[in-house]
Design a protein around this ligand. Structure first.
Ligand code: BTN
Length: 261
């Protein structure tokens, strides 16, 4: 039995998503795409999409909760032309893209640093970016999970006041449309925009959607609790907090540097 179908050129993009593996059920789109990279099969633009993940991976070794109905879970391989030290901003950039897509459907959404998208203050989407090398060139596997179809009681009790799904806000949006819009926008941003433009755009989206709303923050850094106001994000995607003792920089651990597959 074939586990997946390969679809070619189904989106209006130049190359992102032109080679798409669509699974009904998979352990993790991220792990599968990593294997394709390790086997020298995947090239930039490859996308692995699944309706269900049985072992979806979240940031910091956490699990991405598997909801019963079909969701939007995919991983895309990109080769950004910006310096590798700036790659972490792409995480926030991808969250910004999702925010803009939801807003284009008149749904108010926000970024939550470093990689979450919120609707009504609850998480609808998370992003996991992992660095891989292809012929000595740094590439990223960007894994995106969007909760599409769910009722509150589909989530475990501990997530019920923290998570949401698109169907709780709108019923008429096709998940493939979200995927296509995401790939179209991402392709333009990574291929046509300079590092400075990407940085300014990401910082502006961040300021507009999160800093302006959540000015005061308390965050745990190593064993220390940092309190202050959000200053912004720097060129490496790190969060800057203005405290009584000066500027504190909080680095995201959501970009896992892993070349061991
Ligand atoms: C997080 O918020 O912790 C990040 C979640 C990322 C989940 C996506 S779903 C598609 C891709 N495949 C995975 O196994 N994880 C990412």
């Amino acid at each position: 039995m074939t586990e997946y179908v390969i679809k070619q050129n189904q989106f209006k993009t130049k190359y992102l998503g032109n080679h798409l593996y669509h699974f009904h059920s998979i352990t993790s789109t991220q792990t599968f795409l990593k294997k394709l990279v390790a086997q020298n099969i995947a090239t930039p633009g490859y996308v692995v999409l699944a309706d269900h993940q049985r072992m979806g991976r979240g940031t910091q070794g956490r699990e991405w909760f598997a909801l019963p109905k079909p969701q939007l879970t995919f991983s895309v391989l990109i080769q950004p032309s910006i310096p590798i030290k700036n790659f972490p901003i792409l995480n926030i950039l991808c969250s910004s893209l999702l925010v803009q897509i939801f807003r284009s459907f008149n749904i108010e959404a926000q970024i939550k640093w470093p990689n979450d998208v919120l609707i009504g203050g609850k998480k609808i989407s998370g992003i996991l970016s992992e660095l891989v090398m292809i012929q000595s060139k740094p590439c990223l596997i960007v894994g995106v999970g969007v909760n599409i179809e769910a009722n509150l009681d589909d989530f475990p009790p501990e997530l019920q006041n923290k998570a949401t799904a698109l169907s709780m806000h709108r019923q008429d949006i096709d998940r493939m449309e979200i995927l296509e819009l995401f790939l179209q926008e991402l392709e333009i941003l990574i291929d046509e925009w300079s590092t400075d433009q990407l940085l300014l755009y990401t910082q502006a989206c961040f300021n507009e959607t999160w800093r302006s709303k959540y000015q005061k923050i308390e965050i745990k850094k190593e064993e220390k609790i940092i309190q202050g106001t959000i200053h912004g994000i720097n060129s490496m995607g790190a969060l800057e907090i203005q405290t009584e003792n000066g500027l504190e920089t909080i680095h995201s651990r959501s970009m896992i540097v892993d070349s061991t597959y």
